[in-house]
Design a protein around this ligand. Structure first.
Ligand SMILES: [Zn+2]
Length: 99
């Protein structure tokens, strides 16, 4: 049964019960608590996965830095030698990777 209209949406008393936990039966209370627990668990898992992804990214970045040519910094180009071989790095042969 609609008891109010919010932004064109009819809100019935079951919404109010769910939103504010008012007048819930013990079964409804348990379901709401289980849903809240499951939601919190999913959030914690998502947060843990995000942390793992950040750690993997940091590791990849560190590896990429370690594998960069020290002469050109990984660009494969030396602008100061643009007049010779189009500025291709002579140390890494233009690959940008450490040798
Ligand atoms: Zn290089």
């Amino acid at each position: 049964m609609a008891i109010a209209t919010v932004d064109g949406i009819e809100v019935d008393d079951s919404w109010i019960k769910q939103l504010f936990g008012i007048g819930l039966t013990p079964e409804e209370t348990q379901r709401a608590q289980e849903a809240a627990t499951a939601y919190a668990s999913a959030c914690a898992q998502a947060e843990a996965e995000a942390q793992q992804a950040k750690a993997r990214l940091a590791q990849h970045q560190a590896e990429a830095r370690a594998n960069r040519c020290k002469k050109c910094g990984g660009t494969g180009l030396l602008p100061q030698y643009a007049h010779r071989n189009n500025g291709s790095c002579y140390r890494c042969g233009g690959t940008g990777e450490a040798i």
